[in-house]
Design a protein around this ligand. Sequence first.
Ligand code: SAM
Length: 292
Amino acid sequence: MKGMVMHGTQSQKLECALYVVATPIGNLRDISLRALDILALSDTIAAEDTRNTANLLMHYSISAKNLVSLHQHNERGAAEKVIALLARGESVALVSDAGTPTISDPGSLLVAGVRAAGHKVIPVPGANAALAALSVSGLVSPHFLFYGFLPNRASARRRELENLAALRCTLVFYEAPHRILECVADLQAVFGHDREIVFAREITKFFESIQRCSLAEALDWLNEDSNRQRGEFVVLVSGAVEQKQGLDAESERVLAELLHDLPLKQAVQLAARITGVGRNMLYQHALSLKPR
Ligand code: SAM
């Protein structure tokens, strides 16, 4: 369907601004009509990988007026050049390799610099892997935390997961295929076996698959077929379940029996030994049972 979109506005001049333009995460049709207009009309396109963006532009028969590179390693210098273009009244579109720029992608330094220099920054929303994955996950919490990539080093990764362990919202991670097994092993070690995990793999591409299972089953599922470890992943994990407050019925019964025959302190000590429940919790409960 090459070139099917009619931009129809080729002669228009864009307002001077930095346009942050989302591009597809796989299926090239997942780009908005407005995004195509902005790419066709902007004086400069700053791209994470110019070859990659050239392919997208070619697919839509768009010829960029000026295509420059802005990636992780040259972002500061490239940002200065973009700010100079904006100071001359030009329009600049920022794109990354896939999805929304600045989301686990370069561009945040540029956006901050452009705003600090007093120029306008305009979002042109569209594809994003995290939101696409969340939308089909079936995880029901109304809240989520987008984490992005966990640290590569195992110790730092575990520390980060420990910091996230008590959160009750859905957790959303990006992960590379060569680290997916280690990542899931750490998720299991830190979060336990009961939570739900969703693997959203190759979204919008030929081998798209969405798999949901418990953390206990996750490694077996990945190991059953090495193809399941390939491609691009969003990994979602359901949030922590609220721990029930108070005593379970059996511990409550044991404590009540002991309180009947023993002084409070002794009853609590003995109940703690029998039930394995913490003394503090038993003590608080015993106080609430004591006649006033
Ligand atoms: N800016 C992008 C966005 O808006 O989603 C994310 C860029 S980040 C460098 C790349 C990571 O996003 C991949 O390693 C993977 O975790 C996730 N990702 C990107 N495209 C994906 C796809 N089609 N399916 C699943 N995950 C994808």
